[in-house]
Design a binder for this molecule. Structure first.
Ligand code: HEC
Length: 107
C-alpha cells in the first residue's frame, strides 16, 4: 500500500514539475489576445494592439530573451499594462518552451 501511494505521489510530482506543454499553455494563457495562430486577430488583440506574430519581420524584432522577459514580466507601455506577466503562473521551463512555440507561429 505504501509503495502504491509513493508511486502515485511521484507521478504527481513529476507531472506537476514538468508543467503543461506549450500548446496547452498557449491555448490557456495567450490565445485570447494573440489568437490561435498568433496573428492577434482577436478583439482583445486588436484593442491592445498586439502584433502579428505570424509576421517574419515582427518575429525578428525581438530576441528569444526579450520574448521570455515579456512573457515573464509582462509588457507595459506608457504606464499601461498591455500584456500581463506570467512569471508567477508559468515556470521558466514553460516560458522557454513557449518562446520556442512562438517561433513556430511564423509563416
Ligand atoms: C492581455 C492580452 C495578452 C495576453 C494574455 C498575452 N499577450 Fe503577449 N502581448 C500582448 C501585447 C499587447 C503585446 C505587445 C505588443 C506586441 O509586441 O505584440 C504582447 C507581446 C508579446 C510578445 C512580443 C514581445 C516583444 O518583445 O516584442 C510575445 C513573444 C508574446 N506577447 C507572447 C505571449 C505569450 C507566450 C503569452 C501567453 C503566455 C502572451 N503573450 C499572453 C498581449 C497579450
Amino acid at each position: 500500500m505504501k509503495i502504491i501511494v509513493a508511486i502515485v505521489l511521484s507521478f504527481f510530482v513529476l507531472f506537476s514539475a514538468r508543467g503543461a506543454d506549450p500548446k496547452t499553455n498557449w491555448a490557456n494563457n495567450c490565445m485570447q489576445c494573440h489568437g490561435p495562430d498568433g496573428s492577434a486577430n482577436t478583439s482583445m488583440g486588436k484593442a491592445l494592439n498586439a502584433k502579428d506574430l505570424t509576421n517574419a519581420q515582427i518575429q525578428s524584432s525581438f530576441t528569444d530573451a526579450e520574448a521570455a522577459a515579456a512573457i515573464k514580466d509582462g509588457v507595459t507601455k506608457d504606464g499601461m499594462t498591455k500584456m500581463i506577466a506570467f512569471g508567477g503562473k508559468l515556470s521558466d521551463d514553460e516560458i522557454k518552451a513557449l518562446v520556442a512555440y512562438v517561433r513556430t507561429l511564423k509563416k
